[in-house]
Every structure is written in C-alpha cells, then in structure tokens.
Ligand binder design. Sequence first.
Ligand SMILES: C[S@@+](CC[C@H](N)C(=O)[O-])C[C@H]1O[C@@H](n2cnc3c(N)ncnc32)[C@H](O)[C@@H]1O
Length: 212
Amino acid sequence: MKNFKRPGRPTGDMLRGYFGIGVERVTKPFNVGNLFRSAHAFGASFVFTVAAEYTRKQGRAADTSKALANQPFYAFPTIEAMVLPKGCALVGIELVDDAVMLPSFHHPRQAAYVLGPERGSLSDAMLKRCDHVIKIPTRFSLNVGIAGVVVMYDRLLSMGRFDARPMRPGGPAQAPRKAGGRTLAAMSGYRIEPPLAEVEIAENDGLDRGPA
Ligand SMILES: C[S@@+](CC[C@H](N)C(=O)[O-])C[C@H]1O[C@@H](n2cnc3c(N)ncnc32)[C@H](O)[C@@H]1O
C-alpha cells in the first residue's frame, strides 16, 4: 500500500467564494458543537446561531477542534437581528416540499446556510428570509449536524477544484492495480450456499410465499 501524505492545509483554500453555517432555535449544545467542528474542518468563514442559547463553554465539550477560537461566531438573538455580509445569500436547509433537491442545487459563491432545531424545523419567518431553500433527498430527516455536513461536502464537491473522476474505479492519476484478477478467485474460498428460504424466494421470482 502506498504511503499517503497528510494534507498540509484544510480544504478551505480549494474553494471559491466563502460560506458560513448556522442553526436556528437549537437546544442541544452537543449538536451545535458538532456542526461547528465540521464547519471548521470544511473551512467555513463564520458560524452562527439564531434565537438559541449556546455558549462557548457549552460548545467546548463537543468540539475538540476549538472551532470558536478559529472562526468568528455570531449569536443573533432574533431573525430580525440577523445580519449577513453584503452579497451573501441565505440558504435554508429544510425538508419542505418546494425546496430544491441538493444534487440539483447551484451553490451561491457567497452563502450562509441555516439549519433548523432538533425537534421542529426552520421557522416560517426564517424560510421567508431565505434566498434559497434546499433539501437532501433522504427518506426521513437526518440529525442536524449530519445534514450540515452533507451540504458542506456537496458545496466542496461542486465548488472545489478537484480533478474529474476517471471512467474506471480509482483516482485520476492512479495506475490500475494488479490485484483485480486475483480478487474473485480469493473470494470464492468464502462462498457458501444461501439459506434455503432465500433460494425459494429467488425461484418464486422474488415473491416470499411464506411457509408451505
Ligand atoms: C433532526 S431535523 C428536525 C426534525 C424534523 N423536522 C422531524 O420532525 O423529523 C433538524 C434539522 O436538520 C435539517 N435536516 C435534516 N434532514 C434534512 C434533509 N433531508 N433535508 C434538509 N434538511 C434536513 C433541517 O434543517 C432540520 O430542521
């Protein structure tokens, strides 16, 4: 196995524009700390809360990266008090019907993303204030910190300057590995018969007719 070099700098320098991320009316400090830690890792320019009680002290427990010592943190007491840099688009992240599906969303170059609380969702007033609202195509809602990570990663993928994915499995400059031919043979040593019930289902065109 090749020796992989550790990255010298985080991902922020690969991105165009900037972004901030925050959360409205959140109640669990652990979730906020977690989100802010991830924001720090993804190179956010600022983090914020709106109408939430969250102190630096509370955050420390969930955030060993010391995110708040490394990126500006704004605690807006209300939506009306919320101010953003000029030209910065507010992007709501919420599972609502008319939200744009994340994979089809063009991220604004300068953006502030806002998530809703653990129990509930972004307030109507916040949704109204948003320039865009996006949703992650999931069967049900994700944890708020995880939802934030998915969006930040999507931004990184769509705006970071990465090499295009090659047609074959593997990285762009990677020579094909020799192990391919050997793998199936090696796997065959572990092959076992499937359970009888599954064979029966397969023979019944995938229908489970239950016990005879
Ligand atoms: C745990 S969810 C809130 C609970 C959710 N309203 C429910 O009743 O199941 C917390 C926040 O994460 C974000 N979120 C979670 N899953 C999402 C998804 N699939 N698409 C967009 N936002 C999501 C939203 O901002 C949401 O307000």
